[in-house]
Design a protein around this ligand. Sequence first.
Ligand SMILES: [Fe+2]
Length: 387
Amino acid sequence: MQTFEFPTKIVHGPGTLAGLVDELRGLGVRRPLLVTDKGLVTAGVVAEVTNQLRKYGLDYVLFDDVVPNPPIALVDQGTAVYREADCDGLIGLGGGSPMDATKAIGVTAVQGGSIRAYEWADPNPICKRIPPTIAVPTTAGTGSEVTLWSVITDHERKIKYNVGGTPLIGAHVALIDPQLTLALPPSITAGTGMDALAHAIECYTMAYAQPFTDAVALLAMEYVSRYLRIAYAQGHNQEARTKMSMAAALGGMAYGVASAGAAHAMSQTAGGVRDVPHGAITARLLGPVMEYNFIAEPHRFARVAQALGEDIRGLSIWDAAERAVTAVYRLTADVGIPTMQALGFSEDEIPLLAELAANDPQTIGNPRDIDYQGYVKVYQRAFDLGK
Ligand SMILES: [Fe+2]
């Protein structure tokens, strides 16, 4: 038995940010906690939001302490602010980290305790809907605006863990304004865009694939293959940015309902070891993981190749499937994804990284059986590519 449940209203298009207050009012929110990071304050994006809130006389409380790969303490601190300030809703403004932090704050705001206690498990510790929440992405990649997950870093255990897996944690509204992504630097565009691609490919080829996620995942792949290079090379290209924003949300709809596979098992655990951008490390691992996986699901990988614009006519199923791998390697190179070494990892860490990945729950969804040895092999390949 499978289900596809989606609790989020998607409001999208260039200039959509102007509708934020209407959406807050629609949800009955009078005193939102605006969760974001200092970088967006400096860039003036937060002011765009707060000016609008002030203009319409809406009271708000600013929590701009979110850091990349938000840790447990940060979420707990945000929840304390939410409660002390007597807020009645949330706005998550930013990339994956602020949006994930927002959803996690929502969980503890209604259920109490520390976010440490809400790691996904069966039965799920989440049993109440988060307060009215609007997610406003400023990157195009994570898809957190529509996912049913929040990824939290546990420094003690040196891992990132997943909170969610239930519609109770989904944002009420995703306000997707591609104009907010126009000024993103090429490296962020590249990493986040490849993350969206990884969500789509991992979900499409995974053990729990289902028609509803397949459909959105395939279009996400198509958009990334057609528009990521353009968005990377020409940041202000509105069409490319809009399509990448859609790709991120589509990838998130696939990833958000199901889960991912080995690339995310590896990138999330590696992200717990070293504070690297999630998009860049996921992108760096996606090719090697696909190279390992494609023989398990050749027909699905052949379809991925097609979605990535490869001409597979006349090829054997094996050659067609392998084209998906080479297409991703080419894209990874074209958008300048850093090597494992440049990201600060060393080959000595392979045993640790492989062990952490093998223990990550996303390993189960991977299309090809993979264990510690398999992860060692994939990591070795990823490091070799950087030599
Ligand atoms: Fe991701």
